[in-house]
Design a protein around this ligand. Structure first.
Ligand code: F6P
Length: 520
């Protein structure tokens, strides 16, 4: 990459692209104009433009479950919603009205029933897409939080998470949201049942019912569970779980930041959707992100991709996109059912900078793997400590520079000689201190982390995943692998409870079950 930069002084201008709410520097990647031509040709050969049209027009791209993945519909602003099929437009408008009215009630501190008290704490019970996206957004938009309520997220079936959350809360002022598209998820319902017992220890059953809301595509099941009719918020089959923060599953976000800010989040994502549909491939931010990622995975054989937000409030961003990317594109067959002969989803990992610099960046600098990275950073901060923001940004840019440019043995050697170190010692140390460079990175910048810019950032990554799925010719919208885990989990549970035998299972799993049972 040193050669590429030395050869072209306009490299930054050539690879710096702007889109709604975001600007992206692709120049520190192993790219030439030929690479871009070839990658966009690959996208054209995959009929990407037609597929983007199909996605954003609600076509049934999820061919195994025979449904659309129409999350972009949820982001179309009210005044433009007439471009949607009427039934869908009406459903979205109705759920928005319901979310808004519930937000008004909670934020005005109106008790939910005559003898009730104002709600001060909201606990979202959900997992996967019914947790990660809302939890990430709620934390990212901390500066917008309403003072009246605190939002908590409990996902794990490990009861310690629920217990540690509830130990500082009061039943009278706590509202639970059961967030489950399928209304069947073991973890969520274990937590919901424990939450009900916790409430019922202080409140009557009738009062307890007022302390639950539910976001689900199975409203009839929610009613059977005792959720009051106006506390059931529908969502639909055509919204995938990992793309559901834009639907009623976003209710905790709206409680945390207010419904007006939730709408701004949707609007920012919609701006990116419009760009995705209209910008030429080589200027299209999600398309370029997808192609550059794919370039490394399939042509440089990389297996992982680091997401490094230089914004502490985006701490959960890599977690959310672990699910979006790896659950969507962790697939081994094409839409035709034939095996893929190429790598699909990379391992997504990362945590906020600068923390990661003191953890795994050593491996990025001097390890043996090529690891593409995304550095994500705001030009401005919400924090009053402005100088610290300059340090943060300086660290971000410095890492991209050091990882790309490196420092060869001769440079290191000369530096040590300049410091007065003797030649033998300098020669001995030089290989240890040299950094090969050439680690590629993309830098994604927004002005300030607002609902709009966050909406655009999330949509950027969702569409990146879509682009890669299209080129790999896989269905990005099912998750049969996870389903198998759920089935076996139920079987093993009944074995642990002594209700069924583990006979017929492999010796390892039988041994583990027996070991557990002998220690109860
Ligand atoms: O992890 C598998 C999964 O099906 C995800 O796709 C989904 O987000 C999560 O479980 C939770 O599902 P539900 O919202 O139906 O409880």
């Amino acid at each position: 990459m040193r050669d590429l930069f030395t050869a072209g002084s306009k490299r930054f201008d050539q690879y710096f692209k702007k889109g709604p709410h975001l600007a992206i520097d692709f120049s520190k990647n192993h790219l030439t104009s030929d690479t871009i031509t070839l990658l966009t040709a690959l996208a054209e050969e995959s009929q990407l433009a037609d597929k983007i049209h199909a996605l954003t027009h609600g076509k049934k791209l999820n061919i195994t479950e025979n449904r659309a993945a129409f999350h972009t519909a949820l982001r179309i602003p009210a005044q433009k919603r007439d471009q949607l099929p009427k039934e869908i437009a009406d459903e979205i408008s109705a759920v928005h009205a319901q979310m808004q009215s519930l937000c008004d009630k909670i934020h005005r501190q109106t008790p939910l029933y005559p003898q009730g008290q104002a709600i001060t704490d909201i606990v979202n019970l959900g997992i996967g897409g019914s947790d990660l996206g809302p939890a990430m957004v709620a934390e990212a938009l901390t500066p917008y939080h309403k003072k009246q309520v605190r939002c908590h997220f409990v996902s794990n079936v490990d009861g310690n998470q629920l217990h540690n959350t509830l130990k500082n809360l009061k039943p009278e002022t706590t509202l639970f949201i059961i967030a489950s598209k399928s209304f069947t998820t073991q973890e969520t319902f274990a937590n919901a049942k424990s939450a009900r017992s916790w409430l019922e220890a202080s409140l009557s059953t009738e009062q307890t019912n007022h302390h639950f809301m539910c976001c689900t595509s199975k409203p009839e099941k929610a009613a059977e569970f005792g959720i009051l009719p106006d506390h059931i918020l529908p969502m639909w089959d055509w919204v995938g779980g990992r793309y559901s923060l834009w639907s009623s599953i976003g209710l905790p976000i709206a409680f945390a930041i207010g419904f007006d800010n939730f709408e701004k989040l949707l609007a920012g994502a919609h701006d990116m959707d419009e760009h995705f549909q209209s910008a030429p491939l080589s200027e299209n931010l999600p398309v370029m992100m997808g192609l550059v990622g794919l370039w490394y995975i399939n042509f440089w054989n990389t297996r992982s991709h680091a997401l490094l937000p230089y914004e502490q409030m985006l701490a959960l961003f890599p977690n959310h996109f672990q699910q979006v990317d790896m659950e969507s594109n962790g697939k081994h067959v094409q839409v035709t059912g034939e095996k893929v002969n190429w790598q699909t989803a990379p391992v997504i990992w990362g945590q906020p900078g600068t923390n990661g610099q003191h953890a795994y960046h050593q491996m990025l600098f001097q390890g043996t793997e090529l690891i593409p990275m995304d550095f994500i950073v705001g030009l401005r901060t919400h924090s009053p400590y402005q100088q610290q923001h300059q340090m943060l940004v300086a660290n971000c840019f410095a890492q991209t520079r050091g990882l790309m440019w490196g420092r060869n043995e001769d440079e290191v050697y000369q530096e040590m000689i300049g410091q007065g170190i003797n030649k033998d010692e300098a020669r001995r140390l030089a290989p240890h201190k040299a950094i090969s460079g050439n680690q590629p990175s993309t830098t994604i910048m927004y002005d300030k982390l607002t609902p709009e810019s966050l909406g655009a950032l999330i949509a950027l990554y969702e569409h990146k995943v879509f682009v890669q799925g299209i080129i790999w010719n896989i269905n990005s919208f099912d998750q049969y692998g996870v389903e198998l885990g759920k089935v076996i989990g139920q079987e093993v549970l009944s074995q642990l409870q002594g209700e069924s035998s583990s006979e017929g299972y492999d010796a390892s799993t039988q041994g583990l079950v027996n070991y557990f049972r002998n220690h109860q």
